[in-house]
Write a protein that binds this ligand. Structure first.
Ligand code: AMP
Ligand code: MG
Length: 421
C-alpha cells in the first residue's frame, strides 16, 4: 500500500529542493536589537572598526617585551593603563607597564605576564621561574578578530544571543531583518472545539492550533490561527479561500483515508499541484505537500510568488509535530530568509532496544539526557507512548528517535540519530 509513496529521505529531498529556490518574502524591516532575536539578517553584518579596536590585554598583569621578561631580571614599572584609558607608552627598554584586562597594550610591548606570575617589589617586577613568556602571549592584536569594514555575518544568518552581542559590539542599535512570513494554521475536524469550551461527549480540544502556533513562532513565522473548519466540502472551500493570502498554509487533520478526510479533494478543487500525498514514515504517513495557485494576489514589490506552499499535516498531534519539523519548518526557514533550514538531527547512544517497522522510517518521542559526560554521546530512550495521539508522551519527550526504514530492531548501545525540536 505504501510502496508507491516516497521514502522519508526522498520526501525530505523534494522539500529541500523546493525550499532552495524560494526567496524570502516581504520587505526587510529595521528592528531594535532587543527585538532581533529569532529573526534573520537581511543585510550582512559588518565590522565598523577593527575588532578588537586596539591591541588588548586579556589579563591583569604587566605588558613587557617577552625577550626581556623571560630573562627573569628585575624590570622597572614605567606606567599603568586601566581599561578604558587610551594606550600608554611607548614602553621604554628594560621596563614593564602595569595593565588591566581589556586595556590597550602600550606601543613596544609584545606580551603580558600575569600578575600571579611575578614578584613585584619597590616599583620593580620580576617574572618568577620556571614561568616563561613568549611574544604575543595574553594579547589579542588589533584587528585579530575582524578588520574594519569586513563582513562578519552573511545575510540570512539567524539571530541568536551571540549575533545580538556581535551586532552591539559593532555599533548596530538596530538591525535590518527579513519580514516574518504569515503562516495560516487551519485545523479541521467536526470533533474539534476551542480550548475555552467544555468538550461535549465525543469532542476534543484543539491542541494542534496552539502547538503549531508555537512551532511557527519558533521557526521565524507569524502564526495566523483560523477558526477550525468542519469536515465538509463547503466549510473547507471557504476556509482555503480565506487563507489564500498567507505566505504558507498548514492544514491539520482530514488527510488520512477516512470517509470524512476531505482535505486532499478540497486542495485539488483549488488547483493544487501535489508534490507528495503520503510518505513512508510513522507517524505522519498521510502528510501532503502541495502548491496552490494564488490567482487573486498581484505580484507586488514583495515578490509574492503565484503559488502558495501548503502542507496537509495528519491530525494526530505527534504526527502534526513531526511532519511540521521535518517538512514545513525548512520551507518556513527559507521564506524567513534563513540560511540554516534544518531539520536538525544529532547523534546519541540508545539506552534500550527499539523495534523498527521495516518499510517506514519511524520518529518516536524520546528523551535524551543532553548533559552527557565528557567524551560520551548523550543517551536517548523512547518515551512510553500510546500512539500518535499521545500528547502527554510527547510533552515528556525532548526529541524524536529516528528508526531507519530498513531496521527491524535498534539494539541498546547503538549510535542513533535523533530529531531535535
Ligand atoms: P484526522 O487526521 O483528521 O483523521 O485526525 C486524526 C486524529 O487527530 C483524530 O483522533 C483527531 O481527533 C485528532 N485531531 C485532529 N485535529 C486535531 C486538533 N486540531 N487537535 C487535536 N487533535 C486533533
Ligand atoms: Mg479529522
Amino acid at each position: 500500500m505504501s510502496s508507491g509513496l516516497p521514502s522519508y529521505d526522498e520526501a525530505a529531498a523534494l522539500v529541500a529542493a523546493y525550499a532552495a529556490q524560494l526567496n524570502p518574502y516581504g520587505q526587510a524591516e529595521r528592528v531594535g536589537l532587543d527585538q532581533a532575536h529569532g529573526r534573520a539578517l537581511a543585510r550582512p553584518l559588518c565590522a565598523d572598526r577593527d575588532q578588537p579596536p586596539f591591541a588588548r590585554s586579556t589579563r591583569d598583569g604587566y605588558a613587557c617585551r617577552a625577550a626581556e621578561a623571560a630573562e627573569h631580571v628585575n624590570l622597572a614599572v614605567a606606567g599603568l593603563t586601566r581599561a578604558g584609558e587610551a594606550p600608554g607608552g611607548p614602553l621604554p627598554r628594560q621596563t614593564v607597564w602595569e595593565i588591566m584586562t581589556g586595556a590597550p597594550v602600550p606601543d613596544g610591548a609584545d606580551a603580558v605576564v600575569m600578575v600571579e606570575h611575578v614578584e613585584a617589589e619597590g616599583g620593580r617586577v620580576r617574572l618568577l621561574p620556571p614561568r616563561t613568556v613568549t611574544a604575543g602571549e595574553n594579547i589579542v592584536a588589533q584587528g585579530a578578530q575582524a578588520r574594519a569594514g569586513e563582513e562578519l555575518l552573511p545575510a540570512g544568518t539567524a539571530i541568536g544571543f551571540a549575533q545580538v552581542a556581535l551586532a552591539a559590539a559593532c555599533g548596530y542599535a538596530e538591525l535590518e531583518v527579513f519580514a516574518r512570513p504569515r503562516v495560516a494554521i487551519l485545523t479541521t475536524g467536526d470533533e474539534i472545539v476551542p480550548v475555552e469550551s467544555e468538550p461535549a461527549p465525543g469532542q476534543i480540544r484543539n491542541s494542534n492550533g496552539p502547538m503549531l502556533a508555537a512551532l511557527v513562532s519558533a521557526a521565524g513565522g507569524e502564526p495566523w490561527i483560523l477558526p477550525t473548519a468542519r469536515d465538509n466540502a463547503e466549510a473547507l472551500d471557504a476556509a482555503l479561500a480565506q487563507s489564500a493570502s498567507a505566505d504558507l498554509l498548514l492544514v491539520t487533520g482530514g488527510v488520512s483515508a477516512g470517509k470524512f478526510d476531505l482535505v486532499e479533494p478540497a486542495l485539488a478543487r483549488c488547483g493544487a499541484r501535489f508534490h507528495f500525498t503520503g510518505v513512508r514514515m510513522q507517524p505522519g504517513k498521510p502528510v501532503v505537500f502541495a502548491e496552490l495557485p494564488t490567482p487573486g494576489t498581484k505580484r507586488n514589490q514583495n515578490q509574492r510568488p503565484a503559488q502558495q506552499c501548503c502542507f496537509g499535516l495528519p491530525g494526530n498531534p505527534v504526527s502534526s509535530a513531526v511532519t511540521f519539523l521535518l517538512f514545513a519548518a525548512p520551507v518556513l526557514a527559507a521564506l524567513s530568509g534563513r540560511l540554516d533550514r534544518g531539520p536538525r538531527f544529532a547523534l546519541a547512544r540508545l539506552a534500550e532496544d527499539v523495534k523498527g517497522r521495516p518499510g517506514l522510517t519511524r520518529f518516536l518521542p524520546a528523551s535524551c539526557t543532553f548533559g552527557a559526560r565528557n567524551g560520551e554521546l548523550p543517551e536517548v530512550a523512547c518515551v512510553e507512548w500510546q500512539g500518535s495521539g499521545d500528547l502527554a508522551a510527547m510533552a515528556r519527550s525532548n526529541c524524536f528517535l529516528v528508526v531507519p526504514e530498513e531496521t527491524e530492531r535498534l539494539p541498546a548501545g547503538a549510535t542513533v540519530r535523533i530529531l531535535l525540536g
